[in-house]
Ligand binder design. Structure first.
Ligand code: DX5
Ligand code: ZN
Length: 221
């Protein structure tokens, strides 16, 4: 079993102080920076692009940056984010004309590759690209905004995708994104997830270390 990763979503950080905010959660014990890219087209919101990713690298952020593309099309931005210092790049299969090709593009650019499934998207698509995946991201809210409530039906899907991954015999991380908090993280882990995105449950708290510690404690219980 792979170790648990906590991935704070900087969508919930203070954008005016993004470098400090990213450094602060890493200092507080986070493993990965989750970087939400929204284009006001694939999702109804607009956030940050490759220049901001590069700015975090230039600021001195060395931890893996997990770029969650909520954009369409995806290929041009895959290349740009790889150049900007992304470590992991994931995209929604609905947003790419050629999912297999986009996954290849990510690995060819030297990044870890993954697909993101919306709450209503079937995991079937994964079967045909298992050998191209380093991570699967399951949305537990509809993409576009932080601070939404976890959709309980996600737990079944986590268990199903965990089975698919185990059957494949591959080392593929299983990440959950949306409404994750210290109350529900243990059952999400029990269902089979190993990587947890949390925006408001970390950045919404005054003490990032306390928030991260209580999630780790819940995972260890
Ligand atoms: C939603 C984003 C999430 C979001 C999670 O579209 O993909 O990463 O920031 O925020 P919380 O943890 O507040 O639900
Ligand atoms: Zn996300």
């Amino acid at each position: 079993k792979q170790q648990y990763w906590l991935a704070p979503s900087i969508l919930a950080a203070d954008f005016a102080r993004l470098g400090e905010e990213a450094a602060a959660v890493l200092e507080a014990g986070a493993d990965v920076i989750h970087f939400d890219v929204m284009d006001n087209h694939y999702v109804p919101n607009l956030t940050i692009g490759p220049m901001v990713c590069k700015a975090l690298r230039d600021y001195g952020i060395r931890a893996p940056i997990d770029v969650h593309l909520m954009v369409s099309p995806v290929d041009e931005l895959i290349t740009r984010f790889a150049e900007a210092g992304a470590s992991i790049i994931t995209f929604h299969p609905e947003a790419s004309q050629h999912v297999d090709r986009s996954l290849q593009l990510i690995r060819d650019a030297g990044c870890a590759a993954g697909l993101v499934l919306n709450p209503a998207t079937s995991p079937e698509v994964l079967e045909y690209v298992m050998d191209r995946l380093d991570i699967v991201l399951l949305m537990s809210v509809n993409p576009g905004f932080g601070g939404q409530a976890f959709i309980p039906g996600t737990l079944k899907k986590v268990a199903r995708v965990r089975e698919m991954i185990d059957r494949s015999g591959r080392q593929i991380r299983l990440e959950v994104d949306g409404g994750v908090n210290e109350q529900n993280i243990a059952e999400i882990a029990a269902a089979g997830a190993d990587t947890f995105v949390a925006g408001s449950a970390i950045y919404g708290k005054p003490d990032y270390r306390a928030a991260i510690d209580s999630m780790r404690a819940a995972l260890a219980s």
